[in-house]
Design a protein around this ligand. Structure first.
Ligand code: PDD
Length: 281
């Protein structure tokens, strides 16, 4: 990989020179949070919504937002390539402590790291992807965008090992929460449905934009719980995120979703979504 410039604690450095202490609580405990903000040709997509979620994640782990919106934008600007589709990865940990102690140390400075990476076109976008359902194995604070992604990566890895693009998680009551790194939408009886916001899911920004666009374009939609049985009868299933956008799932647990082809509602919503993105440039 090209030795790109990244931001670490007030400095811009080549990636291979950006270093943190082994006493950083992000490294020792996973004590931190992150954001992923798409950045299309230098335009940050729904920056305020990402900032609001960053602040909520920080509050969720008893930290405060260190910078204003303007200061964050100044930090990100030198990292971005305005000729590309990229995303900002921002990570904030509680910082470096003198000793390893679970309780919060006093008078500690957060570690702040940001880098910009290219968004590469996702291969399954036009053809659809396979997904599997797995038991939800995460904690009760999935609304916090925590850097503790061990459960998520183990779930995603199981999907990948079964040649699937995503694991769709089902809680012990038999209801869909979200994907290992995405939100879930289904078309059920002609209506677009996604689980409501709660501490069982991350409040995806892509999810919110899709709901807003569905509302504006008179596409029947609702936020409601989706049972595994209902998911199995869905005519369309999508997984959504900032880096992959809206991905149609055409096979679930080895069974075709409807006729196994990318559905009409996806075609409609995806073209509205792409046009909306263009309109913001
Ligand atoms: N993840 N749920 C989970 C668990 C996620 O990790 C993500 C995205 C989403 C979708 O959120 P958004 O639409 O705001 O990207 C939902 C990012 C992309 C990641 O971890 O890289």
């Amino acid at each position: 990989m090209k030795n790109k410039i990244v931001y670490l604690n007030g400095q811009y450095l080549p990636l291979d020179q950006a270093q943190i202490s082994v006493m950083d609580r992000g490294f020792l405990f996973g004590d931190g949070i992150y954001e992923v903000i798409p950045c299309y040709f230098g335009n940050l997509f729904h920056f305020q919504a990402h900032l609001d979620r960053l602040i909520a994640s920080l509050e969720g782990i008893c930290m405060v937002n260190p910078y204003s919106a303007e200061q964050w934008l100044e930090i990100f600007k030198p990292l971005m390539d305005v000729s590309k589709n990229q995303y900002i990865y921002l990570q904030i940990t509680r910082g470096v402590a003198p000793k390893r102690d679970h309780a919060f140390p006093e008078n500690i400075q957060p570690t702040i790291f940001a880098m910009c990476s290219d968004i590469l076109p996702f291969a399954g976008l036009e053809t659809g992807v396979k997904a599997i359902t797995l038991d939800e194995s995460r904690w009760q604070f999935c609304n916090i965008k925590s850097i503790n992604l061990l459960a998520n990566i183990l779930l995603r890895q199981q999907a990948v090992e079964q040649e699937c693009a995503e694991a769709i998680l089902v809680n012990r009551d038999g209801f869909v929460t979200e994907g290992a790194a995405s939100n879930v939408f289904a078309v059920i009886n002609g209506e677009l449905v996604t689980p409501p916001k709660s501490n069982s899911i991350l409040a995806g920004i892509t999810r919110d934009v899709i709901l807003e666009l569905a509302e504006k374009n008179n596409i029947p939609h609702r936020e409601d719980s989706i049972s595994l049985d209902a998911l199995k009868t869905a005519t369309e299933i999508w997984v959504t995120s900032s880096t992959r956008e809206i991905i149609p799932v055409v096979e679930l647990d080895g069974q075709r979703v409807a006729d196994g082809k990318v559905g009409a509602v996806w075609h409609k919503v995806n073209s509205i979504f792409q046009a909306y993105k263009q309109s913001l440039l």
